[in-house]
Design a protein around this ligand. Structure first.
Ligand code: MOS
Length: 749
């Protein structure tokens, strides 16, 4: 398969502008809530005001009197659903008893949706929702992980693909033997995804055919489709899900959100088209990055060689699902160490089930590990980068010592350190200054998985010289449209303007969820295979032509460039692709490209992306204010298809890492069991003023095993490690080790 690895060319490896840029900046791009329909009704969700208990009654009369209100759907009058008696799970569901909107009177979590007010206008629905009176029987609840941890348990079952943390060697012995030790507890808060686009579903009902087109905000059109079909017991071909553009997902669209279920429920009940859009406040009423309490112990000998690593976590989940992230396994993978002890426990809170958020697990776990490594470096009086280098591993010790498919981490260390000027760091905390400000330089490393999934794409080449690529996959804004167009144009040797990308539609060939940083490798491969098949078809047609210039050559002997096929080394033997089609009497060629995970490669190799992150902070001594002045990050992630979109992914990740360190927290009032800062004024994210220089370096990495096209993915690696680099820089600046995120000014006074 290695001949599929795309070589840098006219488009591949070039900073090609975004394919979807023009439609997005001109407002032409349609998002889920932008689609119109005849007689469209608007649903407004009502959320419970208590986190646990029962609904005793709804008083609907005032709400129903609002002009334009058509219906109020609750558990008392909803249609009966196929799903309520079956075991259906969506593609990203953790084990458990999945949440089913409006199932019964039970309130199982904070802000649970309990009613949908449907009206002829959004405003009427919203007013109706405000006038709905609800009585509850409240029950005791718990939303504080520090209290709930006493009941923590090891989950019995795992989501497929999730491994039990695997310990090795003898931690106690190794720790005992170590001459330098550290022991620390780290805490990370719940964080909420805040994509610009609100969750929305526009369900367009075709009365005549009893069928639906559903414009949904989702990272998986196929997932939302299967969800609707299974939950409502509908025929597969009666539902089509379309997601052309997304204003950010970050993981929040990996599971079908409740507005999708409620919009479809209303459409079925009222035989009408229905749109449900969540408000910004309601965006805080479902999945979020879970809070975690982590205990780490590290032991090393005098040379700084790790003798023992222990990483334990108690992570928040809901009452109804065992949501688990890979938080601790990284600590058995990152460094060479014979004695590793890992433990992952869950504790239930009366909040909605947490949900993957950019680099789920790694963002949390590596924050703790990389701060602990910094603490160990301090204990050893050793440079923190040197400590990493001494513990470098080229093997995955948790899996039979298998090698990495590629790992240019040393080059990341060196290139980023050089660019940052790390050698000029003075080791002592509080020893660097810029005028009145304390200056700190911190370092951390990052790891993420390089996944490859099963997917399909179709390439359609027409006699007008245009190529169309089709797949159900979505583009959450990462650049999927762009890289698919680059690969397609490069493979056929045509102008990128002659390529159309049609994605985000379940009428097109099936694709997995867009997540896990696997879309570029997965859909890139499927696209390239489909385009390669078109090339082969064109070659076969050209060869058969009378007086063919390709009569006695093999496919390997031709290349595709400038809209033509020609013999390698003999450009005079050439035919335009359009001409081949005309002469052969073909108007359209259609080829499928299929790909699936390389199982052998998965067994033989650990497949990961790596990063090295250096951060400079300035801390105002009087006020404790922190500014991250510089970040230099080097990333090794296989083949880079587009340095411009790739850089944007890493920039976004780094900004979020800074945010993790300094800003983000979903603040729960444990007396009320509610997230209090459920708006963009009080849920802090960085603004332009908070972000200064960020430099991104891509380290060259040739990998023939990570994926057939040598791509490893970039959506997530940028955030991993950045939070720890900032926290370590703050320690270096101030001498204060803050182990609880976010680090706020009162921590530093
Ligand atoms: Mo990502 S958290 O897999 O969308």
């Amino acid at each position: 398969m290695s001949d599929l690895i795309p070589q840098p060319g006219r488009y591949v490896g070039q900073p090609v502008d975004r394919y979807d840029g023009p439609v997005k900046v001109t407002g032409e791009a349609k998002y889920a809530a932008d689609y119109a329909a005849d007689g469209l009704l608007y649903g407004f969700v009502v959320n419970a005001e208590i986190p646990k208990g029962r609904i005793t009654s709804f008083e609907t009369s005032k709400a129903l009197k609002v002009d334009g209100v058509v219906d109020i759907i609750t558990h008392e009058n909803r249609p009966s659903l196929a799903w309520f008696n079956s075991k259906y799970a969506d593609q990203d569901a953790p084990p458990g008893n999945h949440f089913k909107p409006l199932k019964d009177d039970e309130i199982r979590c904070q802000s649970q949706p309990i009613a949908l007010v449907v009206a002829k206008t959004f405003e009427a629905a919203r007013l109706g929702a405000r006038l709905l009176e609800i009585s509850y029987h409240a029950e005791p609840f718990e939303t504080n992980l520090e209290v709930a941890q006493k009941d923590a348990y090891e989950p019995r079952s795992k989501k497929s693909g999730f491994e039990k943390p695997s310990s090795r060697g003898n931690f106690d012995k190794g720790y005992e033997r170590a001459s330098k030790k550290i022991e620390s507890r780290y805490m990370t808060p719940p964080e909420t995804h805040n994509p610009m686009e609100l969750f929305a579903s526009t369900v367009v009902f075709d009365k005549k055919n009893e069928s639906w087109i559903v414009y949904d905000k989702t990272q998986g059109t196929v997932n939302s489709h299967d969800y609707l079909v299974n939950v409502f017991g509908l025929k597969k071909d009666k539902v089509r899900v379309v997601t052309k553009y997304m204003g950010g997902g970050f993981g929040s669209g990996l599971r079908p959100q409740y507005q999708l279920c409620l919009a479809m429920m209303a459409s079925l009940k009222l035989k009408a088209s229905v749109r449900v859009v969540l408000t910004r406040q309601q965006m805080f009423s479902f999945g979020h990055r879970p809070a975690a309490l982590m205990d780490l112990r590290l032991g090393a000998n005098d040379q700084g060689e790790l003798q023992a690593i222990e990483h334990k976590v108690v992570q928040e989940t809901s009452r109804f699902e065992d949501y688990e992230e890979n938080i601790v396994n990284w600590s058995g993978l990152a460094y060479k160490c014979e004695n590793v002890s890992l433990e992952h426990k869950l504790a239930q809170l009366d909040l909605f089930t947490p949900l993957d958020m950019r680099a789920p697990g790694a963002t949390t776990g590596l924050f703790a590990l990389e701060c602990a490594m910094d603490e160990l470096a301090t204990a050893l009086e050793m440079d923190p980068l040197e400590l990493r280098k001494r513990n470098y591993t080229d093997k995955d010790q948790a899996h039979r010592d298998r090698p990495f498919s590629s790992k240019e981490l040393m080059a990341c260390y060196d290139q980023a350190a050089e660019k940052f000027g790390w050698s000029k760091r003075s080791a002592k905390p509080r020893s660097m200054r810029n005028g009145k400000k304390l200056v700190g330089w911190g370092f951390a490393g990052g790891i993420w998985d390089a996944f490859h999934q099963k997917a399909q794409a179709k390439a359609i080449f027409k006699d007008d010289g245009r190529l169309t690529i089709q797949s159900a996959v979505t583009d959450i804004g990462t650049g999927t449209y762009t890289i698919l167009a680059q690969l397609a144009a490069e493979t056929l040797g045509i102008d990128i303007k002659d390529v159309t990308i049609e994605i985000g539609d379940t009428d097109l060939p099936p694709a997995p969820l867009q997540g896990g940083s696997w879309t570029a490798s997965t859909l890139g491969t499927a696209t390239q295979i489909s385009c390669r098949a078109v090339c082969e078809k064109l070659f076969t047609l050209a060869k058969k032509l009378p007086d063919s210039p390709f009569a006695n050559v093999k496919f390997e002997d031709v290349c595709f460039a400038s809209g033509s096929m020609h013999v390698k080394g003999d450009p005079s033997r050439t035919l335009e692709l359009q001409k081949i089609m005309k002469l052969a009497g073909e108007s359209k060629l259609e080829e499928d490209g299929k790909t699936s995970p390389g199982l052998l490669d998965m067994i033989r190799f650990a497949k990961n992306t790596h990063s090295a992150v250096f951060a400079e902070v300035e801390v105002d001594e009087d006020y404790g204010m922190v500014e991250v002045k510089r970040v230099v990050i080097a990333v090794a992630a296989g083949r880079i298809l587009n340095p411009k979109t790739a850089r944007s992914q890493i920039l976004g990740g780094v900004v979020w890492g800074i945010s993790q360190a300094l800003h983000e927290e979903s603040v729960v009032d444990h007396r009320l069991g509610r997230i209090m800062n459920h708006n963009l004024a009080e849920y802090h994210v960085p603004v332009n003023r908070d972000i200064h220089d960020i430099e991104v370096i891509f380290v060259r990495e040739d990998d023939t095993h990570a994926s057939p096209i040598g791509v490893k993915g970039l959506g997530e690696i940028g955030i991993v490690g950045t939070g720890a680099a900032v926290a370590n820089a703050i320690y270096h600046a101030t001498g204060k080790r803050v182990r609880e995120l976010p680090i706020q000014l009162d921590d530093l006074l």
